[in-house]
Design a protein around this ligand. Structure first.
Ligand SMILES: Cc1cc2nc3c(=O)[nH]c(=O)nc-3n(C[C@H](O)[C@H](O)[C@H](O)COP(=O)(O)OP(=O)(O)OC[C@H]3O[C@@H](n4cnc5c(N)ncnc54)[C@H](O)[C@@H]3O)c2cc1C
Length: 416
């Protein structure tokens, strides 16, 4: 079976590795970028994502650069603690949670794909431009940086080409508009001293202004600030790389200089900062059309709130490979994949919208009235139901069968 993956991001590369582990050898990844560089800043890999990377043999690699997050603390706008909850191993999971640099994770995955599937498995500088398909095969037309076009055929085409997916556009006959809540996220990294024990992620603020800070390496802090800018101030939706002056962003949070963390100074000394209008898509009614299916942000772009964008892409990749290896035929496999994933992830998309909006409003209203106990209880309640929805309820994750395909009886991981 010839499998083509559009996009060498977190989801596309994990799909290539998962397919290889499940026994597929003819897998090609087409990536639009000419050079795959370490782009992006920090992302979080909760235990449900780490479990999948572990079962792909990549845990040691992630642990080499990731910070094993032990705590998530919510702080109100006045700097008072609302709630601190344990994360990763400290919360009872069998797998840690890691905070990592997105680019380092992408590099780790890319190196693994090239060493396991061969150096030709990822073709950079080939942007998927057109997709045609019938019931049997997909034809993919790409354009290179020199403008030259090429065509290839696939028995399965996986659109893992991110929030502005060309494959999704081809399936739906047009690019679905991206939605925004009118908030903009500002992001960067800078050197900084550890706080709250050195393995904590803090969320400071309320429904009007929020800042998230966590370490992504020794002496290196990742920050992001979200504030409403209105739809008219939203800039280009879906572009992760728009630079903004750190000094401008520091001005938004000038009052958040706490004795344990000086947020404006952290932002000001960042070598670079980026702005990203919060964007997502409505849950799609369908992911699979004949031999073509979608995965990751192409299928379910969500607000980056809840640490689940990369995680859900990784799980998609594992479930899809498992189904292709174990179902009687391709169409049954793609149907089973979509059945297991589409509605679940659609609910996570909607939960992220709500967490970015009304949940913060409810919690902050309680915190402003100095009812921190009720605010903490509300956060705990929302967190527990979010974990169940997104697949990282502690007991369910620890106990559920693996998505690894047992290829010989000696394999360590038992089949589902
Ligand atoms: C440059 C960049 C920086 C990011 N930074 C952050 C961040 O700091 N924090 C955060 O939470 N999330 C960030 N993200 C998004 C995050 O990686 C994803 O939400 C998540 O990992 C899901 O992964 P994905 O593989 O579905 O999409 P992505 O990781 O976005 O990968 C999609 C890949 O497809 C490629 N591609 C796009 N169009 C085409 C095409 N037509 N043909 C071929 N290839 C194509 C892209 O270049 C990219 O490599 C970033 C994404 C990108 C692309």
């Amino acid at each position: 079976m010839k499998i083509v993956i559009a996009g060498a991001g977190i989801g596309g590369l994990t799909a290539a590795l998962s397919l290889h582990a499940a026994g597929f050898s003819d897998v090609t990844v087409l990536e639009a970028a000419r050079h795959i560089q370490q782009l992006g800043v920090g992302i979080n890999l909760p235990p449900h994502a780490v479990r999948e990377l572990d079962e792909l043999g990549l845990h040691e690699g992630v642990a080499a650069f990731g910070i094993p997050t032990a705590e998530l603390a919510y702080i109100d706008s006045a700097g008072r603690l609302i709630n601190a909850e344990a994360r990763g191993l400290e919360a009872g999971y069998r797998w840690p949670q890691y905070s990592v640099h997105r680019g380092k994770l992408q590099d780790l995955l890319l190196d693994a794909v090239r060493s396991r599937l061969g150096p030709q498995a990822v073709i950079a500088g080939q942007r998927v431009q057109e997709v045609h398909y019938d019931t049997e095969r997909a034809t993919v037309r790409t354009v290179g940086h020199d403008g030259a076009t090429s065509t290839c055929e696939a028995d399965v085409l996986i659109g893992a080409d991110g929030i502005r997916s060309a494959v999704r556009g081809a399936l739906y006959g047009q690019q679905a508009p991206l939605a925004t809540n009118g908030w903009t996220m500002f992001r960067g990294t800078a050197e900084g001293q550890p706080f709250r024990g050195g393995r904590a992620m803090v969320i400071v603020g309320d429904e009007h202004l929020r800042c998230v800070v966590y370490p992504i390496g020794p002496g290196m802090l990742n920050w992001l600030i979200v504030r409403p800018t209105g739809p008219e101030g939203a800039g280009e939706l879906g572009n992760w790389n728009r630079p903004v002056a750190p000094e401008t962003v520091a001005g938004y949070v000038s009052h958040w200089d706490f004795d344990w963390l000086d947020i404006p100074a952290l932002v000001r000394r960042s070598p670079a900062a980026y702005e990203y209008p919060m964007a997502d898509i409505d849950p799609l009614p369908r992911w699979t059309f004949g031999p073509v299916t979608l995965l990751g942000d192409a299928a379910h772009a969500m607000y980056p709130f809840g640490s689940n964008g990369a995680s859900q892409a990784i799980i998609d990749a594992r479930v899809l490979a498992y189904q292709l290896a174990t179902q009687p035929d391709r169409d049954a496999a793609l149907a089973a994949y979509e059945q297991l994933r589409r509605e679940t992830v659609g609910a996570v998309q909607l939960a992220n919208r709500s967490m970015a909006g009304d949940v913060m409003k409810r919690v902050s209203t309680l915190a402003r009235a100095s009812d921190h106990a009720s605010a903490a209880a509300e956060l705990e309640r929302v967190e527990q139901s979010y974990r169940k929805l997104a697949g990282f309820d502690v007991a369910a994750l620890n106990e559920r069968p693996s998505w690894s395909v047992a290829r010989d009886p000696g394999m360590a991981v038992p089949p589902r």
